[in-house]
Design a protein around this ligand. Structure first.
Ligand SMILES: Cc1cc2nc3c(=O)[nH]c(=O)nc-3n(C[C@H](O)[C@H](O)[C@H](O)COP(=O)(O)O)c2cc1C
Length: 211
């Protein structure tokens, strides 16, 4: 956390915007410029029915009016609650004293965009995505690390270069389309500015929250 005298606290003076998505896009750029290690990460929390909740970091893909882009395996435990909207996404950029909590539903990522992300993946990452469907689902227990690596080696033999690995249909590109965004703008005096934005048609209704 930056100290109250850090240059980052200057950023908290920026006025709130009536378009929270545009604000997130701008803030992410600021976080990137500040070399924030979380600029390209988010934290996904899911409600797992009667079981305990789940929480994990994911790479934050593109963000805009289309929503917040994520790449996940349909085989993973997070998929069902995510698809059902039982989730909240956290963006936290301490370098600029901003936090966003986002809820909403899912929309599919256009094929071309998903293919472009697939194109950025290195060979091993592609093999891993393939492994979930060919051998075992993501996050399932495997007999040993060696057994897992044997599976990867078999896939590597079959697909010896990155561009020979077929993109598995189980790799899902999705957008979380915000219906509710809660913004936290840190203030050096600790009376942080919190606002909740709820989508109503094309507009956002804004409420100020007690910090
Ligand atoms: C820095 C970092 C980035 C990650 N990015 C992704 C990602 O983009 N997609 C993904 O499915 N898992 C990603 N993971 C792994 C997840 O945190 C998690 O361990 C995995 O998806 C299994 O989660 P689940 O068992 O709750 O479904 C990432 C982990 C780290 C540490």
């Amino acid at each position: 956390m930056p100290s109250d005298r850090s240059p980052a606290s200057v950023g908290s003076a920026a006025p709130p915007s009536s378009d929270p998505i545009a604000e997130i896009v701008t803030d992410r750029e600021r976080a990137r410029e500040a070399l924030d290690p979380f600029a390209d990460l988010c934290i996904l929390a899911t409600g797992e029915g009667a079981g305990p909740p789940g929480v994990r970091p994911l790479v934050l893909r593109d963000v805009g009016s289309q929503g917040v882009g994520l790449l996940v395996s349909e085989t993973s435990p997070k998929w069902a609650p995510l698809a059902a909207g039982r989730c909240e996404l956290l963006l936290v950029w301490l370098s600029i004293r901003r936090q966003y909590r986002i809820r909403g539903g899912l929309a599919p990522m256009p094929e071309a965009r998903l293919e472009a992300y697939w194109g950025q993946k290195v060979h091993e990452s592609r093999l891993l995505d393939l492994y979930y469907g060919a051998f075992q689902p993501q996050s399932s227990p495997v007999v040993s690390r060696e057994r897992f690596l044997e599976g990867i080696a078999r896939l590597r033999q079959k697909h010896p270069a990155a561009d020979l690995v077929p993109r598995p249909a189980l790799l899902r590109g999705v957008y979380l389309v915000p219906e509710r965004i809660e913004a936290w703008r840190g203030s050096p005096d600790r009376l942080h500015d919190r606002r909740r934005y709820s989508r109503q048609g094309a507009l956002w209704v804004e409420e100020v929250l007690v910090p």
